[in-house]
Design a protein around this ligand. Structure first.
Ligand SMILES: [Zn+2]
Length: 443
């Protein structure tokens, strides 16, 4: 274990110069493809059908010759070959843990781990916790779901680091606040909307989260809020704590990437996972700084290698070095491919609109986007609300400002912006329906 004052969990690895890191990735990838081909019936058949062999990979770029996988591949193979599917590459006796994700179709896809996979996974978690400043002196409250969810075991990474861990799980907010009062945890992990909700609940109970509770760092994942500066700042002010965004997917690890103290993009665990950012239409790589679909390939996972897994998430790989000294790539998440609206050839995401709306103190932060077709062109309107008590003066100037900021962020202006009275738009605590798509209803 590193000294408490070390910035890094694994100093040499985390700061490896890119050429050395890429050489390590290439060596691991060659071995991993050969392992998958030899041991997984699915990959053998898929590579053969595609006319590629593991030995065809001479450089990282050669990965583009190999076939993609996605959520549907996982589900189909699991149904075709019960119970664990034929993407797995080890006998069941070597599997020690499975998580499951329900997905939208109701067929849960299982994610298996060997003992080594699980240890690698938890080492990545320890490294991410260390990078945000968790130390053995911290008390950590893990407030994620333990039931089949791959984020549940992430608590073990904190325990391995030496923090005092409280296995909270998803329990009612009054119980969670009781734990926060009684055990005085200094760090917790939840979703951004729950962090906000819990802070407000604390205030309702007469507690000041900044003074009466000991939380100084909050990890969030599962929603875009943690990477939207205005949302992050609002939660940070409510709690008097630093907020860090993490990204994970059940198909690989509970968390595969996380913010460092710079809070500018998420560093991917590139010693374990290879990143491609591709144009979702052409499947060609996009330059750094340009949004594209995140495609991930595991480098070490034995139980079920994931080769060229299309995540369906649109991200931008950030150009340049991070001041923290870590050389692992950083990315920002924009949203799901399915949420993307193409307007005048430009990809627009609801999170781009949220970025602007939440950043304006005269607005409530709520918004609704309506997408429609007019004269065969896709258009969108945005409705926002006045903040409670905000003066309605200079409405036209404000509308122009918002329009210009959306143009700067998303690359295209909405056709129409309307500011509604406060508390007009529907509120949902969970996934609010903020996009109305009328494109199939008119032309
Ligand atoms: Zn960094």
């Amino acid at each position: 274990m590193p000294q408490n004052d070390s910035k890094y969990w694994e100093p040499e690895l985390e700061t490896l110069p890119r050429p050395k890191l890429e050489a390590l990735q290439l060596e691991r990838l060659q071995k991993h493809l050969a392992f998958a081909y030899l041991n997984s019936p699915y990959y053998r058949q898929a590579f053969d059908a595609h006319g590629v062999k593991p030995s065809d990979l001479k450089s990282l770029e050669d990965l583009s010759k190999f076939p993609f996988t996605n959520k549907k591949t996982e589900r189909d193979r699991q149904i075709a070959v019960p119970d664990l599917g034929d993407m797995i590459a080890v006998p069941e006796k070597d599997i020690v843990f499975v998580s499951a994700s329900s997905g939208s179709t109701g067929v849960p896809t299982l994610s298996p781990f060997t003992k080594k996979d699980f240890d690698d996974f938890q080492n990545v978690e320890s490294r991410q916790y260390w990078s945000i400043g968790m130390r053995p002196t911290d008390r950590y409250l893990h407030a994620l779901n333990f039931s089949l969810f791959v984020g549940g075991p992430d608590v073990i990474g904190a325990q391995n680091l030496g923090a005092l861990c409280i296995w909270g799980g998803t329990i009612p907010s009054d119980r969670l606040l009781y734990i926060m009062k009684q055990f005085k945890p200094t760090i917790t992990w939840t979703t951004p909307s729950y962090a906000w909700h819990l802070g407000e609940e604390a205030i309702k109970q007469g507690l000041d989260p900044r003074k009466d509770l000991a939380i100084r760092k909050i990890i969030v994942a599962g929603e875009p809020g943690g990477s939207i500066p205005a949302t992050r700042k609002a939660i940070e002010e409510l709690w008097g704590a630093d907020l860090y965004d993490y990204y994970g997917l059940s198909d690989i690890f509970g968390s595969c990437a996380g913010m460092c103290p710079e809070k500018h993009g998420l560093h991917l665990a590139e010693d374990n996972i290879l990143l491609e950012v591709l144009d979702p239409e052409t499947n060609e790589p996009v330059p750094d700084g340009t949004p594209g679909e995140m495609v991930l390939t595991t480098l070490l996972k034995e139980a079920r290698p994931m080769i060229r897994f299309r995540t369906g998430d649109i991200v931008t790989r950030l150009a340049g070095d991070c001041p923290c000294g870590r050389t692992f790539s950083r990315f920002e998440v924009h949203g799901r491919v399915d949420d993307m609206i193409i307007v005048s050839g430009v990809n627009v995401f609801p999170s781009d609109i949220e970025y602007v709306v939440r950043g304006n103190s005269r607005l409530s932060g709520e918004y609704r986007i309506t997408v429609y077709t007019k004269e065969h062109l896709t258009k969108f309107d945005v409705e926002v609300e006045w903040a409670n008590g905000s003066s309605h003066t200079d409405e036209e100037i404000l509308i122009k400002d918002i329009s210009q900021q959306i143009k700067t962020r998303a690359g295209v202006k909405p056709s129409y912006i309307r500011i509604l009275e406060s508390d007009t738009l529907p509120r949902n605590t969970h996934k609010a329906k903020r996009v109305i798509d009328l494109r199939n209803e008119n032309s």
